[in-house]
Design a protein around this ligand. Structure first.
Ligand SMILES: [Zn+2]
Length: 350
């Protein structure tokens, strides 16, 4: 397990192979063949998005698990038990968007085999992280999972996905600006240990994409490469920290709360981006510059563009601190009036 701290020992597991670039199918195919000498690969995928990468399993025994809508933790636990009793699974290959990669990581942890992550979009930083964002009976939660053994980000495939996903990935990455400040705040309160190295790495991911805003906005390959590297680095920062702390703060709590109150209206990274504008204001950051960068890449910057109501934004701000017991700038929570004022000052509400 990644990043477990025991009696002063900081034990970190990282991916052994990270490849980012165009046309990675044959190198991924060779890698999987070298990894899986007996048994089958469990290919976890969505409806269609995996098709450009399907030849990655050429000449390899595989069983398929198609996931059409984000599964709950219970769904995946059941699937892992059934699959493990029926087939000899030697590795899990997850090809798809956020919930597919998260499902692959969780299944690989449960079955006890390596996971190979092949994202088809750049919408989130779970592509190389040891966490899976899933729904359980308690609502949205981030669950410890295996860090992927290998990550192959095929930029040609990512470039074919709708620009909305790229803009969401940008939002999930600039979120590290406030996440790291929240972590420091919790450590200053004596509530948590602060990891300088992992915090710096997460902050670097955000600075890198902010420095490449123009190229990410136009969707050119060099911009997508910066975004992919930043998303991977953020996942590595989580693996080093042994928690999602460097990558997820009050802006993520807002995004999780919004997903609870207005399910599946905004993408995770889109809500995180808007959360970063508001939490940036609370932290005293230049929130207008963050807002401008989001606008430039075509990411939502207000309730209307998130396809949610103003009241959902305000209510999400008031309940965000209760999503988990992580201390952030939200402290004991915002009142309705404070939340409304924050949303209006930052132009999230008209
Ligand atoms: Zn995120």
């Amino acid at each position: 397990m990644a990043g477990i701290k025991l009696k002063g020992i900081h034990d970190v597991t990282l991916p052994e192979r990270i490849a980012i670039g165009p046309d990675l199918i044959s190198s991924a195919n060779s890698y999987i063949k070298s990894l899986v000498t007996t048994g089958s690969v469990l290919l976890v995928h969505g409806k269609h998005s995996y098709l450009p990468l399907i030849s990655v399993v050429a000449g390899i025994n595989f069983v398929e698990l198609q996931i059409d809508k984000p599964p709950t933790l219970g769904d995946l636990l059941q699937a892992s038990e059934q699959l493990a009793s029926r087939e000899k699974i030697s590795a899990v290959l997850a090809i798809g968007g956020g919930s597919i990669i998260d499902s692959g990581k969780l299944l690989s942890s449960r079955i006890g085999v390596p996971c190979i992550s092949m994202p088809t979009t750049l919408s989130h930083d779970g592509i190389a992280s040891p966490r899976a964002s899933l729904y359980s009976s308690l609502g949205p939660s981030s669950i410890a999972a295996k860090v992927p053994r290998a990550v192959f980000v095929d930029l040609r495939v990512a470039a074919q996905s709708p620009h909305r996903f790229v803009a969401a990935g940008f939002g999930d990455t600039i979120a590290k600006k406030t996440a790291v400040l929240d972590w420091r705040l919790a450590s200053e309160k004596g509530l948590e240990e602060f990891g300088d190295y992992s915090a710096a790495l997460a902050g670097l991911s955000a600075d890198h994409v902010l420095g490449a805003t123009d190229r990410i906005a136009t969707g050119e390959e060099s911009g997508l490469r910066v975004l992919a590297e930043a998303l991977v680095s953020s996942g590595i920062a989580m693996a080093i920290a042994g928690s999602s702390r460097p990558a997820s703060g009050s802006e993520h709590l807002f995004a999780h709360a919004l997903q609870l109150l207005a399910p599946n209206k905004a993408l995770h990274g889109e809500a995180c981006g808007v959360g970063t504008i508001m939490m940036g204001k609370l932290h005293g950051l230049d929130w207008e510059a963050l807002r401008y960068s989001l606008k430039l890449v075509g990411a939502p910057v207000n309730a209307k563009e998130l396809h949610v109501s103003g009241i959902d934004v305000i209510r999400s701000l008031t309940i965000a601190h209760k999503i988990n017991n992580r201390y952030t700038i939200l402290g004991n929570g915002l009142s309705f009036e404070e939340a409304e004022r924050l949303a209006r000052i930052t132009k999230v509400l008209d």
